[in-house]
Design a protein around this ligand. Structure first.
Ligand SMILES: [Zn+2]
Length: 54
């Protein structure tokens, strides 16, 4: 079972390297293999969980 998916045709916004981004569905995050930059796909959902749905 594959837990990470490479994202073809996407460029890292930090290091500008093409095709180094992969999706980690467990964390709902996209991470760059080149520079380690990561970002949540749905940051608003992460915030809601953290803040306890104010
Ligand atoms: Zn990068």
């Amino acid at each position: 079972m594959t837990l990470a998916y490479f994202l073809d045709g996407l460029r890292c916004s930090t290091c500008k390297t093409l095709n180094t981004l992969w999706l980690d569905p467990r964390r709902a995050a996209v991470e760059c293999r080149e520079c380690g930059q990561s970002a949540l796909i749905f940051p608003e959902i992460g915030e809601a969980r953290k803040e306890g749905c104010q």
